[in-house]
Ligand binder design. Structure first.
Ligand SMILES: N[C@@H](CCC(=O)N[C@@H](CS)C(=O)NCC(=O)O)C(=O)O
Length: 220
């Protein structure tokens, strides 16, 4: 049995979505981010990323952690790429080494060229958030830096239905979950209609919806 350590309101969403795509049953241990707790070290604090028992499993001290038959993976994208390869269904995983490389390429591009600035937008640009001048400048810089990778995606998705292989794969899932962080920036995303249409298609999938329902059911 697979175990996902981490609440769904975290990067664990990637693993939860993929397990639904692949039809995989999993246990979920609701480890929460320490920064969301007032006193994560308190004896009565819920299991969190600073809890000794969690740190014993993963010294990196972040969620999600995926466990499968003794294998422990503490990077979300290592987890999704592993699951797609090991338990492929409907070609969500790679069919050969070249596809494998392309799926890694898009996933690493998402994590390096997009995720840091997209997270800035998620944390500082949310609806109803009062923005100080400093925050507004950080968001503007992040949005400006995202134009280049989003243009790369826009050009690609204007001529391809998906990132690779002409079908929905783990590369689309990894990219979509990372791009979601910037989705609240309508002015930025509105410049890239092909990206918007592709993202809407990813998020319309029943497996995404199942993950989203679980995520919304968790306390904020
Ligand atoms: N690169 C890591 C990042 C993991 C990460 O930063 N996770 C956040 C939650 S989404 C976390 O656990 N933060 C709490 C903490 O660092 O204590 C991955 O993709 O798995």
């Amino acid at each position: 049995m697979l175990t996902i350590h981490g609440v769904t309101r975290s990067r664990a969403s990637r693993l939860v979505w993929l397990c639904h795509e692949l039809g995989l049953a999993f246990d979920q241990v609701p480890v929460i981010q320490a920064y969301r707790l007032a006193r994560p070290e308190a004896a009565d604090a819920p299991l969190n990323t600073r809890s000794p028992s969690f740190l014993a499993l993963s010294p990196m001290g972040a969620i999600p952690v995926l466990e499968d038959d003794g294998l422990v993976l503490a990077e979300s994208l290592a987890g999704t790429l592993y699951l797609a390869r090991r338990y492929d269904r409907d070609g969500i995983g790679p069919q050969d080494a070249a596809e494998d490389a392309l799926m890694m390429q898009w996933s690493f591009y998402a994590a390096t060229a997009i995720e840091p600035d997209a997270l800035t937008i998620l944390f500082l640009h949310g609806p109803g958030r009062v923005q100080s001048g400093d925050d507004a400048a950080l968001v503007a810089n992040a949005a400006e830096r995202l134009v280049r990778p989003l243009k790369v995606l826009e050009d690609h998705l204007s001529v391809h239905s998906h990132l690779t292989g002409g079908r929905f794969t783990v590369a689309d899932l990894n990219m979509a979950e990372i791009l979601r962080y910037a989705q609240g920036h309508g002015e930025l995303m509105g410049q890239f209609p092909a990206v918007g249409a592709w993202l809407a298609g990813c998020q319309a999938r029943p497996a995404f919806q199942a993950m989203w329902q679980a995520r919304m059911a968790e306390p904020e």
